[in-house]
Design a protein around this ligand. Structure first.
Ligand code: B12
Ligand code: SF4
Ligand code: SF4
Length: 357
């Protein structure tokens, strides 16, 4: 059998993506020129401007490799971009309990695990059935996924910096398989946000630049609650509302795909408490209880002290006097970070009560 024609290899790969349940699969050609050179320039500008905050692994060298599929897989000619949709959160239980909010992508099982097994199986089939090299990656791996997905025509760059897909808007998670196969590529979409500015207006911390397309991670609640270690700047705390892991405000505000409620079953939250956890319950978690409760969930990334720090801020912003005993107990938490944020939260709740008297 001779080498497969680009079209039939493409059909074979797309059939594999369907077998794995991916809702979207598009192909970017990366063998000619440097299609990701503009994305590399933008990313290096973001790094130089400090917009990537303290995500230490995102060095200039990492960004250069992350925009070079040939460095990711020797001889890469195509990158297959794959997406799973997930639904925005339903309303929180109306029971008067002070609840935090977890970004919808993180309320179900850890999506990295879900993607990893699907992408690995696809890469193995490409090697075994099509006789070509293939290497998968999701999120933390060294490839910038949004520029690749845009090149593959899966969506366009929203002003929120989210990749907006025609059917699901920003509500998709991405993964990729790079391969040495020469696959017939998809064309980029000719779409844009037009005059819409809803995400920019909706962002609680002003993290999106006034013209859009640039997010300053130093102000982004998603960064602050997930990636940032240590104390949260005082001026940002009151703007963080009840978010304790990630933030969906710029996604919730987006009209594109706003009607979609499609969720891959593995990404669906197991209960309302997974999306809206009672905040004082979180303050009671020690290291072991934290690990047990969030086993297999993306929330592990915030670490125990980080999540309790976030819960204190959410209580400071939305809590009531009923939450004061749990916060007072947190003043003796083993972590100085938690103690400091608990003290801040108590002062916030007391000041709110005084204003209401
Ligand atoms: C670092 C990172 C973050 C950082 C920084 C995000 C940022 N906006 O810079 C933080 C922690 C803040 C973050 C937050 C979130 N993230 Co994040 N994140 C990443 C990660 C690991 C790298 C992205 C990155 O390097 N950003 C730095 C900028 C400079 O690069 P970029 O975002 O890729 O943007 C490029 C393009 O947008 C392009 N570009 C931008 N505007 C324009 C305009 C024009 C005209 C052109 C031509 C190009 C262009 O240039 C940029 C540089 O190359 C990717 C996974 C990956 N490997 O790619 C996930 C990823 C981007 N994140 C994702 C998600 C889901 C989120 C959150 C929604 C999670 C949440 N609910 O809390 C938020 C959304 C915040 C937001 N508005 O972006 C998804 C996005 C899916 C999608 N539909 O877009 C990804 C792809 C992970 C995944 N595998 O699904 N994230
Ligand atoms: S995730 Fe939240 S804080 Fe970050 S840019 Fe979007 S709305 Fe702003
Ligand atoms: S809210 Fe409007 S401007 Fe922002 S990403 Fe969505 S369509 Fe674009």
């Amino acid at each position: 059998m001779g080498p497969m024609a680009p079209t039939s290899a493409r059909d074979a790969v797309l059939a594999m993506a369907r077998d794995e349940g991916f809702a979207l699969a598009r192909i970017a050609a990366v063998d000619e020129g440097e299609p990701l050179a503009p994305a590399r320039a933008t990313a290096l500008d973001a790094l130089a401007a400090g917009h990537l905050a303290e995500m230490g692994w995102m060095t200039a060298d990492w960004l250069a490799r992350a925009t070079d599929p040939g460095a990711f897989l020797a001889g890469a000619r195509s990158v297959i971009m794959l997406a799973l949709p997930y639904a925005r959160a339903a309303a929180p239980p109306a029971d008067g309990v002070s609840r935090g909010r977890v970004a919808a992508y993180a309320a179900g099982r850890d999506y990295h695990r879900i993607f990893e097994s699907k992408l690995r199986r696809m890469a193995r089939r490409i090697r075994e059935e099509l006789g070509a090299a293939a290497r998968p990656t999701v999120d933390y791996g060294p490839l910038l996924e949004r520029p690749l997905a845009s090149l593959a025509g899966m969506g366009w760059f929203g002003k929120s910096t989210m990749l907006l897909t025609p059917g699901f808007g920003p509500w998709v998670l991405l993964g990729a398989v790079a391969t040495t196969l020469d696959l017939a590529p998809d064309a980029p979409l000719r779409k844009s946000c037009g005059s819409c500015t809803r995400c920019i207006v909706a962002c609680p911390t002003g993290a999106i630049s006034p013209e859009g397309h640039v997010v300053d991670a130093r102000r982004c609640i998603s960064y602050l609650t997930i990636e940032h270690r240590g104390s949260i700047p005082l001026d940002l705390r009151p703007l963080m509302g009840s978010w304790i892991f990630g933030c969906d405000e710029c996604l919730d505000a987006c009209p594109v795909g706003a009607a979609s409620r499609e969720t891959h079953p593995d990404l669906a939250p197991p209960s309302p408490d997974a999306t809206f956890p009672p905040l004082t319950d979180l303050l009671a978690l020690d290291e072991d209880a934290f690990r047990e409760r969030f086993r297999g969930r993306a929330i592990q990334r915030a670490k125990r002290d980080g999540l309790l720090r976030n819960a204190c801020i959410a209580l400071g912003n939305t809590g009531t006097p009923a939450d004061l005993p749990a916060l007072t107990a947190a003043l003796t938490d083993p972590s100085p970070l938690v103690r400091e944020h608990a003290a801040w939260a108590i002062a916030q709740i007391e000041a709110r009560e005084e204003r209401q008297d």
